[in-house]
Ligand binder design. Structure first.
Ligand code: HEM
Ligand SMILES: [Cu+2]
Length: 563
């Protein structure tokens, strides 16, 4: 049984109409295939993470040279496996899974689904060859003039093209549902899944342009040089909104599943839709906040992007308000009282809930740190220091990753039809992750404020200071706890798949809303106005700078292999 289904029935608020799962074992296999690739990537991400954290603490693991030729190859593997592969494959399996269940109808084309999977896996393998072979030690941002083997860029591009096919399949599925259900509001989980992929498809155009027009021809030797600035602009066109591609699936789980897992209802369905529409419109036109220190972009445009960054914080605040109100609703239904004491009445014994509530709490701190990063002047203090990976591990490394782990605690049993092997091991895993991250991330933030650079083989740096040295062991300790937590996670899932015998019904139960979808204005269910607005804002915020950079680029910078 999934943790959702395992919840004591007596605590459920009555009446909830159960949207029973469509029996779709065929789609289950597709989701399982994506999930398997995602989990293998996360495993590699955890191993490389451990090596890096231990290196920070001055501990050299013997024999690691067999797998990674340098600290920088490890960081490249770590970034690509964690934030490009684990996230993308998980999301490409999970969102269609949710949509199919929310709509109660099969995917438009299962064949297209498998073709997509094969394309993405093929792309991944093509990119993996130079990455593992130390011919793409360019980190997950692959900024030129660092120059990787062409296979790295081509493979990653195929993965991105694959995600567009996921969008296509979901859009076709939704269109059929619309045709059969005229006038009905799109179920929230399907709406959110579609927004996530629509937003991503628009956002990924920058990366696609960088790959197709710059990096691929250049790495193949068809053009003599490149332009680091233009490449970075195109990269961050995608590189900022990609964080919403990671976050929105976690938000979707928080909005559409968690309230029910917590024994209550979603506070407001219309407010949830409003926040996702704002993400669709606002996620992309603000990538210059990663380039405050880059020359060649006018300050005025940087300031526009800085303001838009604060604007996109707003739908995250809406989310925070709506989810906390929903959790409170659940906790009060379970007997919770007081202003804050209700929090203790959440079903903390359910690892899926504990993981996701922990992820949310961590995200509050990640968000606050993010405001520092986004501030025009404060950014200078933290730019390219250890503060940034400190921040990344609170956000994508915990808010997203721990949420996804929490989701797999019901999803893997649901797909396999067998109950989770051990709830207690899962709970231990969650708390170990939160504790390890508290130590690890706090130390990284502080080291950053002391000026310690990121992406640096710090144990070999001749400029090491005594105050960094005093804190660095905490990076090693926190990182080791994270690694142990990750291994408990994989062990539990492996035993669930292979050894668990108790059956699991595998139904997916969506939360009801206190204020339902019919309260939402009709325009919330229209797509055209929001898409037009999204494109208009992008044209406004990026157009002039992009046109100017593209028109004047000398494309004359030769590639470097510094490793
Ligand atoms: C066992 C758990 C993990 C440990 C011990 C760990 C450790 C580290 C360390 C020490 C760095 C610093 C590299 C440097 O700046 O020199 C790093 C970077 C990073 N980590 Fe992790 N990490 C873990 C899991 C994750 C997860 C789950 C994610 C995201 C899903 C993640 C995302 C990142 C990113 C994006 C960077 C920056 C990479 C770059 O600068 O290119 N990490 N990690
Ligand atoms: Cu950003």
């Amino acid at each position: 049984m999934s943790p959702i289904a395992e919840m004591p029935r007596t605590t459920m608020p009555a009446p909830i109409t159960v949207r029973t799962a469509v029996q779709t074992p065929a789609e289950n296999r597709l989701t399982a295939a994506f999930l398997a690739v995602a989990l293998v990537a996360l495993f590699g991400g955890a191993v490389t993470g451990l090596l890096q954290a231990l290196d920070h603490a001055g501990v050299h693991v013997p024999g690691q040279g067999v797998f990674v030729k340098s600290y920088y190859q490890s960081v490249s593997l770590h970034g690509v496996l964690n934030v490009l592969v684990w996230t993308t494959f998980f999301i490409s399996g999970f969102m269609p899974f949710l949509m199919v269940r929310a709509l109660g109808r099969p995917l438009a084309s299962l064949k297209l689904g498998w073709l997509t999977f094969c394309l993405m896996l093929g792309g991944l393998l093509i990119a993996a060859i130079p990455l593992v072979g130390n011919a793409a030690t360019v980190m997950f941002t692959f900024y030129p003039p660092l120059k990787a083997h062409a296979a790295f860029y081509i493979g990653l591009t195929l993965v991105v093209v694959g995600t567009w096919l996921v969008t296509l399949n979901m859009a076709l599925t939704l269109r059929r549902w619309w045709a059969d259900n005229p006038g009905r509001r799109t179920p929230l989980a399907a709406f959110m899944s579609m927004i996530t992929f629509a937003m991503w498809t628009i956002a990924s155009l920058g990366l696609a342009a960088e790959m197709l027009f710059m990096l691929i021809p250049w790495s193949l030797g068809w053009v003599g040089g490149t332009d680091p600035l233009l490449a970075r602009v195109l990269f961050w066109f995608t590189g900022h909104p990609i964080v919403y591609f990671w976050l929105l699936p976690a938000y979707t789980s928080w909005y559409t599943l968690m309230p029910r897992q917590a024994g209550g209802r979603l506070f407001s369905d219309p407010l949830a839709r409003a926040s996702f529409i704002l993400f669709l419109v606002l996620s992309t036109p603000l990538g210059f906040h990663h380039q405050f220190t880059d020359p060649g972009i006018h300050q005025g445009w940087k300031l526009v992007h800085a303001f838009l960054t604060f604007a996109v914080f707003f739908p995250s605040l809406l989310t925070f308000f709506n989810i906390v109100a929903s959790l409170e609703n659940g906790a009060r239904a379970r007997g919770g009282r007081g202003w804050f004491a209700w929090f203790a009445k959440l079903p903390w014994g359910d690892p899926s809930v504990a993981a996701q509530v922990g992820a949310m709490l961590t995200f509050a701190f990640g968000g606050i740190g993010g405001l520092v990063n986004a501030s025009f002047s404060l950014n200078l203090l933290v730019h390219n220091t250890a503060w940034i990976p400190g921040h990344l591990h609170l956000t994508v490394g915990t808010a997203v990753t721990l949420s996804f782990m929490g989701i797999t605690y019901w999803l893997v049993p649901a797909l396999r039809g067998r109950a989770l092997w051990s709830r207690r091991m899962a709970l231990a895993q969650v708390w170990l992750w939160l504790g390890g991250m508290l130590i690890f991330s706090n130390a990284m933030h502080r080291l950053g404020l002391m000026g310690m650079p990121r992406r640096t083989h710090i144990s070999a740096a001749p400029y090491m200071t005594a105050e960094w040295k005093a804190l660095l062991p905490l990076v090693g300790i926190g990182g080791t706890l994270l690694f142990i937590s990750a291994m408990l996670y994989f062990l539990n899932l492996a035993l669930t798949v292979t050894a668990s015998r108790r059956p699991c019904a595998g139904e997916v139960l969506f939360a009801e809303a206190l204020s339902g979808p019919d309260h939402a204005p009709v325009i919330f269910d229209r797509w055209k106005p929001w898409l037009v607005l999204a494109f208009a804002l992008i044209a406004l915020a990026y157009g002039p700078s992009l046109v100017q950079l593209a028109a004047t680029t000398p494309l004359d910078v030769p590639g470097l292999r510094v490793w």
